[in-house]
Design a protein around this ligand. Structure first.
Ligand SMILES: Nc1ncnc2c1ncn2[C@@H]1O[C@H](COP(=O)(O)OP(=O)(O)OP(=O)(O)O)[C@@H](O)[C@H]1O
Ligand SMILES: [Mg+2]
Length: 511
């Protein structure tokens, strides 16, 4: 792939081209700006450039307007103005190979993952659990691991929670305190999550990362779009949890890449402030680490947000490319944010950065990239290139065609419910019930036998008048049904997996 360009031209000021080195594209980036200033189109232009360079792209499509990347743009004088200003000579109107994804399975291939893969950390954050409740969630995961039981969907987790409550006393020593009240609180949150799309999201077939990392015949990187309109409206937390899961999964699954001339995948996370909103400190620390470490896996992350102040400083400090569209400065708070943003730019040419930031036109931005040494370049006020694909959404019929012709058609469409914790626990409960019935039947028989024996002895006494030897009443050492159930559960029955269940806990490699 050495014949491909290693710089992506995406903006310029009429004199200088603003380019991004593909080799620096794993150093992450930020696209920020007030509403309507051109963030989505900048994302689109960058995504196209990566795709042309053979880099697959994953992007959240928050308003549906990014789906136009799948369709060719139309000639327009604004396109001509921008291409001639930037000196772009090879602008071709065309659509890009696009895969549509949708957690609800309506506007794209369904995206699923399993409870195990999501892991207790992200799940606890998704459900807003306190420490005690998080501890119980950990106990469920640990017990499932010890038992070789799969936690795939929400009903697996629910039956596991019911099980640990029932056996709280026996499990306490190994797995800690499990209070019914805390479990009740978790169960209630799970119900809410279920209504918000969690029942569709958790299950199988789970998304395979390979499917996000495709190229077409010509070596053009596939653009995967997660339709996030409904998701953000109905469950912004699930949106954040999905993106975190994706990060942790990439982090755990991808090999170390060393120095690469381009990323293996770039991710664009729109409405990025939602990722960090209400995130517990511990998880945030780990997300920051993942941001840093995922660079060595050649994954670039680009955050899109209105206000950079919503991104935690430790993450903001890690972002190499900065594309800052116009900011408003109406209130003192706005002005403070503006000063903060201005200070974040290297400014060798004495630009009046604050003034520029408030007067930039639509599709213009103050931009700093990284040079070949990884140092930030001095800020340039630049015009962003026009996209080659359509600005605005794909039409429903076009989306339908995309889905029909997708190389993944059929792979994810139907949910599969294979045997997992729910079924296993149901089966064990049924077995325990059968055992209980057996125990009761045997107890009845024993009683009858003892009664008959007594009768016999009495009869013998009556005839011989001799004292018969005392019979010790045999204490039944049979287990109660509950004990038997628990023992069979604690015995490693289904340990066919051989190893602990793999799961995408952000922290599993970091702890
Ligand atoms: N690079 C560009 N080339 C051509 N037109 C552009 C460009 N950038 C922005 N525009 C024009 O500006 C409009 C608004 O841009 P865009 O939708 O990207 O804004 P936004 O910042 O994402 O807004 P919001 O915050 O509402 O999502 C586009 O529909 C397009 O007409
Ligand atoms: Mg937008």
């Amino acid at each position: 792939m050495t014949d491909r360009p290693t710089t992506l031209l995406f903006a310029g000021d009429g004199t200088h081209a603003v380019t991004q080195l593909t080799g620096m594209s794993n150093r992450h980036g930020l696209i920020a700006g007030a509403t309507g200033t051109g963030k989505t189109v900048t994302l689109q232009v960058l995504a196209e450039a990566f795709s042309r360079a053979g880099v697959p792209v994953f992007a959240a499509d928050v308003k549906g307007d990014l789906s136009g990347i799948s369709q060719s743009g139309k000639p327009h004088k604004e396109i001509d103005r921008r291409t001639s200003l930037l000196g772009i000579t090879d602008h071709q109107l065309r659509g890009y190979p696009t895969l549509c994804w949708d957690i609800f399975g309506e506007r794209g291939h369904p995206v699923r993952t399993t409870i195990s893969e999501m892991g207790p950390d992200i799940l606890a954050s998704l459900l807003d659990l306190n420490d005690t409740q998080t501890g119980i969630l950990y106990a469920c995961f640990a017990l499932a691991d010890d038992e070789g039981m799969l936690l795939l969907d929400l009903k697996d987790l629910r039956s596991m929670l019911a099980f640990v409550t029932e056996h709280a006393r026996e499990l306490r020593q190994k797995y800690g305190n499990i209070s019914a009240a805390s479990v009740g609180a978790i169960q209630r949150r799970l119900l809410v999550l279920e209504e918000q799309g969690g029942d569709q999201f958790f299950g199988e077939p789970a998304l395979s990362l390979k499917d996000l990392m495709q190229k077409d015949f010509s070596g053009t990187g596939a653009v995967s779009l997660l339709d996030s309109e409904r998701l953000l409206r109905e469950s912004p937390k699930l949106y954040a949890a999905f993106l975190l899961w994706l990060l942790s999964e990439l982090f755990e699954e991808l090999p170390e890449a060393g120095d690469q001339d381009r990323p293996v995948l770039v991710l664009f996370f729109d409405e990025a402030h939602l990722l960090f909103k209400d995130m517990p400190k511990g998880l945030l620390d780990r997300v920051e680490q993942v941001f840093r470490l995922i660079r060595s896996k050649a994954v670039g992350i680009y955050l899109v947000t209105q206000n950079p102040a919503d991104i935690p400083n430790n993450i903001l400090g890690q972002l190499g490319l900065k594309v800052q569209h116009a900011l408003r400065a109406f209130t003192p708070r706005d002005q403070k944010a503006l000063r903060g943003v201005a200070q974040g730019f290297r400014n060798d040419h004495g630009l009046d950065v604050q003034n520029i930031l408030t007067t930039l036109g639509v599709g213009e931005a103050l931009i700093s990239t990284l040079d070949e040494n990884g140092a930030p370049t001095s800020a340039v006020a630049a015009t962003v290139a026009p996209p080659e694909s359509r600005i605005g959404p794909a039409k429903p019929a076009e989306r339908k065609t995309l889905l029909k012709n997708s190389p993944l058609a059929g792979k994810y469409d139907t949910a599969v419910d294979r045997e997992s914790a729910y079924e296993q626990l149901e089966q064990r409960a049924a077995e325990a019930q059968a055992r209980q019935a057996e125990v009761e039947r045997e107890a009845e028989l024993e009683k009858a036998r003892l009664k008959a024996e007594k009768e016999r002895q009495r009869a013998a006494k009556r005839t011989t008048r001799r004292t018969s030897s005392r019979r010790s009443s045999r204490r039944s050492n049979r287990q109660s049904a509950g004990e038997a159930f628990l023992k069979s559960t604690l015995r490693s029955v289904g340990r066919t997996l051989g190893t602990k269940l793999a799961r995408g806990i952000l922290g599993s490699l970091l702890k």
